[in-house]
Design a protein around this ligand. Structure first.
Ligand code: NI
Length: 171
């Protein structure tokens, strides 16, 4: 396993705007990628990471929503799809490892029914709600080249990118 560089909007906006391609099959090479992604995410630390955030344009997401003190609960999503979404919306203060230290409220469907392949290549269908629903929709946006700041006003988005760029320059 290896910790990879997480790309941010400071230097890699064009990569992050790419649309990711479907994965043909879950094999050892893909599992190695997912292992690296989880290690990178835990190191950051964060609760979700899409492959494009380490520069790999494939439809792969990792996540761990365990609370502090709980055992790790790594989740892996290959080619995830949203089958159904609730009309009810839920607002959450989101952040993103590719937009470090910026947080803002985004409204999304409160519940989504999703289908994906897991670490073993098995197809899973389930409802996600609460933080799980927020996180999977946020990460699936990455697969389309969309960041959470794209859901904000143009002014807020420009301010966020400028702030991240300034922080990088100061580092
Ligand atoms: Ni993100």
């Amino acid at each position: 396993m290896a910790i990879r560089e997480i790309l941010t909007v400071a230097d890699h906006q064009s990569v992050l705007k790419q649309k990711s391609a479907p994965v043909a099959r879950v094999d050892d090479a893909l599992r190695a990628l997912m292992d690296d992604m989880l290690e990178t995410m835990y190191d950051a630390p964060g609760i979700g990471l899409a492959a494009i955030q380490i520069g790999v344009p494939q439809r792969v997401i990792v996540m761990d929503l365990a609370r502090e003190g709980e055992d790790p609960q790594p989740r892996h999503f290959v080619n995830p799809e949203i089958l159904e979404a609730s009309e009810e919306l839920f607002e959450y203060e989101e952040g993103c490892l590719s937009v470090p230290d910026i947080y803002d409220a985004v409204e999304r469907p409160a519940r989504v029914r999703i289908r994906y392949m897991n670490y073993h290549g098995e197809t899973v269908e389930e409802w996600a709600e609460g933080l799980y629903a927020v996180c999977i929709q946020h990460e699936m946006d990455h697969l389309e080249g969309v960041l959470f700041i794209d859901h904000l006003s143009r002014l807020k988005r420009m301010r966020a990118v400028a702030k991240v760029k300034k922080a990088v320059r100061a580092a």
